[in-house]
Design a protein around this ligand. Structure first.
Ligand SMILES: NC(=O)c1ccc[n+]([C@@H]2O[C@H](COP(=O)([O-])OP(=O)(O)OC[C@H]3O[C@@H](n4cnc5c(N)ncnc54)[C@H](OP(=O)(O)O)[C@@H]3O)[C@@H](O)[C@H]2O)c1
Length: 242
């Protein structure tokens, strides 16, 4: 029986690549999104993957949304917490709202999405959770105190939950992408990319969303059953963490 996989923010960018790769690997995939109906509809049309709209920063919406996914496809055995946002600003100009939106989505979103599926995973004695953090959660970044704090929090969440899940055969891992060629990054002017960003990346190029997706496919596979609490860094050598 195909396992059911849910990808938050699974209709665009890295999440879309993850949804497609998991489908190709034989999972029954559900892709969540926040509100971009046009893109979600185009993604569904192109891939056939069912799409579900709700806001991961809202616990009750997650409970209801996950209920719909499980009613349609069956219990979620693989959860990829990929949905994330930026609200960049220098700290002295950062508003409480910019802080809150990013923490609520990028960090509390992990609690909101994982908590409702956790008991089921424990009861069934199997689960795979992958959290998409960031290079900027490992090293910090100017203008991203909110984002870096949220993504560093994702790593603490991953490590602690991995310890709790191990006795029930649930693995919890994180991936820290560097600069990936999604729309957000491709929107940066070419001269900024060429002069400022690419010289920081020893491999001399942006990553592709599919390269992150392949990391996810590995971490959720049976072959990765001994890997839990780990952080997989995929950044072209830009930051070589311990
Ligand atoms: N791109 C990079 O270079 C990079 C590097 C390191 C880490 N990351 C991380 O990788 C993840 C994906 O990034 P991306 O660049 O692929 O993002 P993206 O292209 O902006 O796509 C974000 C996806 O998340 C969804 N989303 C946003 N807020 C949500 C919410 N509150 N509830 C439900 N869904 C929500 C969006 O839905 P809608 O389409 O409805 O808006 C969309 O499907 C993020 O966690 C990001 O922090 C990205």
């Amino acid at each position: 029986m195909a396992r059911v996989a849910l990808v938050s923010g699974g209709t665009r960018g890295i999440g879309a690549a993850i949804s497609i790769a998991l489908t190709a690997a034989g999972y029954k995939v559900a892709a969540n999104y926040a509100g971009n109906e046009e893109r979600a509809a185009a993604f569904h049309k192109a891939t056939g993957i069912p799409v579900y709209r709700w806001d991961v920063s809202d616990y009750d919406a997650c409970l209801a949304g996950l209920g719909r996914v499980e009613a349609d496809l069956g219990p979620v055995e693989v959860l990829v917490n990929n949905a994330g946002i930026t609200r960049d600003s220098m700290f002295h100009k950062m508003t409480p709202q910019q802080w809150k939106e990013v923490i609520d989505t990028n960090l509390s979103g992990l609690f909101n999405m994982t908590h409702p599926v956790w008991t089921g995973m424990r009861d069934r004695g199997f689960g795979r959770i992958v959290n998409i953090s960031s290079i900027n959660g490992q090293r910090g970044q100017v203008g991203q105190v909110n984002y870096s704090a949220s993504k560093a929090g994702d790593l603490g969440f991953t490590r602690a939950l991995a310890l709790e899940g191990a006795s029930r055969n649930i693995t919890v891992n994180a991936i820290c992408p560097g600069y990936i060629g999604t729309e957000m990054v491709r929107a940066i002017p070419q001269e900024v990319l060429d002069e400022k960003i690419l010289p920081q990346i020893p491999l001399g190029r942006l990553g592709e969303p599919e390269e992150i997706a392949r990391c996810v496919v590995f971490l959720v596979s049976d072959d990765a059953g001994f890997i839990t609490g780990s952080t997989l860094t995929a950044n072209g050598g830009q930051y070589v963490a311990a």
